[in-house]
Design a protein around this ligand. Structure first.
Ligand code: AMP
Length: 277
């Protein structure tokens, strides 16, 4: 596995263009969710192709006061995961390498980014779009894998790729969960034991909503809120029912309707989603 931490190092590589490259962008602290993305990338790249993983805790996508400083950065363990999974290239730049002090260009998607996480985390998605654009230019993959756990991110990236004519196929990977249903996340390690014990309420609320036959979105949301709020340590940031493609609110449950939630346990914000129909 090649490990590259500079842009010059990437450019100096003697890349074999006949080998398709599939990129998995991450912020590291790799867990089984990331591993599933890496395996999907390998399936798409084929045995002769190249799987590239980027690990970059992107300061641009953390709003002021968020967890940028304390975000976990277990470099050695991450490297081991990548080696064990047969990753060909690990790109692990520093913030200074990615952003010059006088940078003044941002990439912004302006419609799908507005609601849900975009409303709670101002600037988050232009941070995502800017870094993903840079990674696409630097690594020039044929395809890139993104997890459905970050459903809005996936939609925003797809829209950006369409609007800006990137010739890169975006592959969606299903959500990987702990046995009790909690969606895996690098942030789960912030949870204390009581918070961790209560966090699976999110999945229970989403599953109950998907199984109910109720059609009015308001009724479904009221039940979801009630279930999540029955956990004393849970504080809902948002719970919304939107179209899975346009991310705009829906009043009734119809085909391709998504229920998306963000819930705080203490300072830790967890997100999850489920397709209702
Ligand atoms: P992150 O390192 O949290 O920025 O995530 C990097 C990529 O892994 C994103 O495309 C996420 O959607 C995806 N991902 C993170 N957690 C999971 C999970 N539990 N299941 C599937 N994909 C995930």
């Amino acid at each position: 596995m090649k490990i590259v931490s500079t842009i010059a190092g990437l450019r100096a590589q003697d890349r074999d263009r006949r080998r398709p490259r599939v990129l998995v962008p991450t912020m590291g602290a790799l867990h089984a969710g990331h591993v599933s993305l890496i395996r999907l990338a390998r399936q798409h790249a084929g045995p002769e192709g190249e799987v590239a993983v980027s690990i970059f805790v992107n300061p641009l996508q953390f709003e002021p006061g968020a967890d940028f400083e304390r975000y976990p950065r277990p470099e050695k363990a991450d490297e081991e995961v990548c080696r064990a999974e047969g990753v060909d290239l690990l790109f692990r730049p520093s913030p200074n390498e990615m952003y010059g002090e006088d940078r003044s260009t941002l990439v912004e998607e302006t419609v799908l980014s507005e609601r849900l996480c975009g409303a709670s985390r101002p600037g988050h998605f232009h941070g995502v779009c800017t870094v993903v654009t840079k990674l696409f230019h630097l690594l020039e993959p044929e395809a890139a894998v993104f997890g459905e756990k970050d459903f809005q991110q996936l939609a925003v990236v797809r829209r950006m790729v369409r609007d800006l004519d990137f010739v890169i196929k975006i592959i969606a990977a299903p959500i990987v969960r702990d046995p009790d249903g909690l969606a895996m996340s690098s942030r789960n390690q912030y949870l204390n034991p009581e918070e961790r014990a209560q966090a699976p309420v999110i999945r229970r609320a989403l599953l109950a909503a998907a199984q109910s036959q109720e059609k009015p979105a308001a009724a479904v949301l009221a039940r979801v809120r009630g279930t999540i709020e029955s956990a004393p340590l849970a504080r809902i940031d948002y719970a919304e029912i939107v179209g899975a493609d346009d991310l705009q609110p829906r009043l009734t449950i119809e085909p391709r309707t998504l229920l998306a939630v963000a819930v705080f346990f203490g300072r830790t914000r967890l997100i999850d989603n489920i397709l209702l129909a």
